[in-house]
Ligand binder design. Structure first.
Ligand code: TPP
Ligand code: MG
Length: 582
């Protein structure tokens, strides 16, 4: 039987370790779909929107570190992939996207469903090429996969249906992908300079990002030796927070704890594997040394006194024998005391859950953290779920969290959870969704039943685009167009064969979550929460307070006094805690 380009594509994907492709079938993809059927080694994960497929592949790649794949048919089919691919690409997730295309004879004629994917996907990929004949296929596919795996991000092949169905010339060469990264050790000069900077500093603090993913023990060993408080980013959380006696929490808008103070009050700050984007939260006074394997990240966010180009773990291993142990713990202890106080502040709505409805979301996230498995995989929607997951989901050595860390798109959590569960069928996967985020790609709840994915979806249903409502208020604007008129999501889930649990009363939080998490199949917990719950960052700029007061003033003037009273009543405990910490 003829060996088509599409058959070879499947063989190459199998060789590369790809186990599944997420997508929606369509005419130009038919040769690929047919090759999939004949090959039998790769599973097709039929999603209801290609965007979900791209997110799912991105999550799989982030969690496994291996190449994952998604596909869309020509024109609108692959256009839907784009937002998910941006997310994957900006998360450095190795994903191969198969964008099938209109017949080669029609390109450039304004044909039905014509787009130019090789232009459209440029910005969300390292490599994106049109395959216009079978002779070109092997090399283009190899470059796309190798770019994705080696550089971390998306590789796209644009494959016209007619080319996919053509017979392949006898193979002339074979290629093996490499995913093994070299170890990057900084130069001796930089190491000596860094050691000298550390040795002459009195108060050293660390701020750690995702680049510390494989360097937990090294970071702790260095912190121990230098008596340094260790702050982290949202993406770095799961890798540095657990088993860490030096933890001072997070900085930034989601921040909590003493990280802001530690990074501002030290005299030497080490930025370790972080590309934390909010420069307003980064200090200007202390000396800053930055370690990163991505050379273009050095100095792109804050001032930098010493760039160190290297892998975080490797750098610390080389550095440890070169630095003198510090004995003065006073800075560390002061920061740890602040951290303890701040963590106590976070507990104000958790320890006394109260009876008020709609309830505060914090105890829901805290209960979820308590009940979830020690190796659970969490996904979190962009919006207030970022706040609740960063502050209340405890990290462990084996827990993981996938969010739209850099791209910041809504609707990622359900879709990411699909990739996580397909890839790790034996692990508990929990999607923390906003009501807005869930509704945006809600069709893919059907994928949970279609593929028997026992995902637990927890909806923080505040009937609002809550994060934006808060942003408007902080900017001094009355919130506008942020309301969501929602159905009972639990009933909706039941209608499509998913266990539905609705929680309206704070007393039912723990039992409701347990019921869902113990269920062997998919479950959706619809928790009705307060749209006026605020999240105050670890550091509140005066203009934020002014903005809030202004917004409340405008709401009063606009006759919305009830909403103002609600906001004050809802947040009275937080406000007290925040004022104490200023
Ligand atoms: C695709 C997309 N559209 C709009 C936004 C802007 N945005 C960020 S968070 C948010 C609100 C999210 O609402 P919801 O999912 O209900 O979560 P909540 O903040 O209420 O918990 C919006 C509109 C975005 N980030 N992504
Ligand atoms: Mg909401």
């Amino acid at each position: 039987m003829a060996h088509r380009v599409a058959d070879q594509l499947l063989s190459r994907l199998v060789d590369a370790g790809v186990e599944r492709i997420y997508g929606v079938v369509g005419d130009s993809l038919n040769p690929v779909t047919d090759a999939l059927r004949l090959n039998g080694k790769i599973k097709w994960i039929h999603v209801r929107n290609e965007e979900t497929g791209a997110f799912a592949a991105g999550a799989e790649a982030q969690l496994s570190g291996k190449l994952a794949a998604c596909a869309g048919s020509c024109g609108p089919g692959n256009l839907h992939l784009i937002n998910g691919l941006f997310d994957a690409h900006r998360s450095n997730a190795p994903v191969l996207a198969i964008a099938s295309h209109i017949p080669t004879s029609e390109i450039g004629t304004g044909y039905f469903q014509e787009t130019h994917p090789e232009i459209l996907f440029k910005e969300c990929s390292h490599y994106c090429e049109l395959i216009s004949n079978p002779q070109q296929f092997e090399r283009v596919l190899h470059i796309a996969m190798q770019s994705a795996v080696g550089r971390g991000g998306v590789g796209v092949i644009v494959l016209p249906g007619d080319v996919a169905g053509k017979e392949l010339p006898a193979e002339t060469s074979s290629r093996t992908l490499t995913g093994r990264r070299p170890t990057v050790r900084p130069g001796e000069k930089e190491l000596a300079q860094l050691a000298e900077m550390i040795n002459s500093a009195k108060k050293v603090a660390f701020f750690c990002g995702f680049g510390c993913a494989d360097a937990h023990d090294e970071v702790i060993a260095l912190a121990e030796k230098l008596k340094a408080p260790v702050g982290h980013t949202y993406r770095g959380k799961m890798f540095v927070e657990y088993d860490n006696p030096f933890d001072v929490g997070m900085s930034g808008l989601l921040g909590y704890g003493a990280a802001y103070r530690a990074t501002h009050e030290c005299d030497l700050l080490l930025l370790l594997g972080t590309d934390f984007p909010y420069d307003k939260f980064l200090p200007t006074k202390p000396k800053i040394a930055q370690v990163d394997i991505r050379v273009d990240h050095l100095g792109r966010r804050s001032k930098m006194d010493l760039p160190v180009w290297g892998d975080v773990g490797e750098t610390i291993r080389a550095l440890l024998p070169m630095v003198a142990a510090k004995t003065d713990r006073s800075f560390l202890d002061a920061m740890l005391a602040k951290q303890k106080e701040a963590v106590r502040g976070l507990g104000v709505y958790v320890n006394h859950i109260g009876k008020r409805t709609p309830m505060h979301p914090e105890p829901v996230a805290a209960a979820l953290s308590e009940i979830a498995a020690p190796d659970a995989i969490f996904t979190a929607d962009t919006g207030m779920c970022n706040v609740w997951s960063s502050r209340y989901i405890r990290s462990t050595k084996d827990r993981r969290l996938v969010a739209s860390f850099s791209h910041g798109t809504m609707a990622n959590a359900l879709a990411h959870s699909i990739g996580a569960q397909c890839c790790y069928p034996g692990r508990q996967v929990i999607a923390m969704c906003g009501d807005g985020g869930l509704a945006m790609l809600m069709g893919d709840l059907l994928t949970l039943t279609q593929h028997d994915l026992p995902i637990k979806v927890v909806v923080f249903n505040n009937s609002a685009l809550g994060m934006v409502k808060l942003e408007m208020e902080v900017a001094g604007l009355p919130d506008y167009q942020t309301d969501n008129k929602n159905p009972n999501f639990a009933k909706l889930a039941e209608a499509i064969g998913i266990m539905g649990v609705r929680i309206e009363n704070p007393a039912d939080v723990s039992s409701g979550l347990k019921k869902a998490l113990q269920h062997s199949g998919p479950a959706l917990v619809d928790v009705v929460t307060d749209p006026n719950a605020l999240s105050l960052p670890s550091h509140i700029a005066p203009e934020m307070m002014v903005g809030m007061a202004l917004a409340m003033g405008k709401l009063v003037l606009g006759g919305h006094i009830d909403e103002v009273l609600d906001t004050i009543e809802t947040n009275i405990r937080h406000t007290g805690a925040a004022l104490e910490s200023i």
